[in-house]
Design a binder for this molecule. Sequence first.
Ligand code: ADP
Length: 171
Amino acid sequence: MKLTLVQGDITEQRVDAIVNAANSSLLGGGGVDGAIHRKGGPEILEECRALRASRYGGGLPVGQAVSTTAGRLPARWVIHTVGPVYSRNEDRSHLLASCYRESLKVADALGAATIAFPAVSTGVYRWPMDDAARISVTTVLRSGSNLDEARFVLFDLAAYEVFDRVLREFG
Ligand code: ADP
């Protein structure tokens, strides 16, 4: 699997699946989540509501992933995953790694060849970018996934530069 980096907006990526940094309600939020629902249209939220009414009555647990349509977005699917809130007192790295592993599993099961990830948990959930980049990059590199491409989409140049440095170190 090829690992690539771009600076940009995840909603504009032409890949089979884009990953949403959702919250456990699956009913929308700010950041990446807000942008995906705004541009993807109401079909995505409808499927999220159906998931809440069936498999995920209590919400999607942290570290897990589930797919819906991508509505009007160029991608075919949105894979919603819930990142952990960063904590100084508790190591939640395994949960952040799980978001990437579980999203790749869902993508594989869908038959996706390409996937785009945002930097999960680095916004409202406050995970430091360099640590998040190290966890994300190493987890995807070691996943053993059969996809052709995993793309990290970094919203600003500072985040792109951090991921670029980490990818050179581990890739
Ligand atoms: P979380 O709640 O998991 O922290 P956020 O959506 O608040 O999720 O932020 C995750 C990361 O996504 C942040 O680094 C933020 O700058 C970035 N981001 C926000 N909007 C977009 C977008 N449209 N495309 C790609 N990345 C985005």
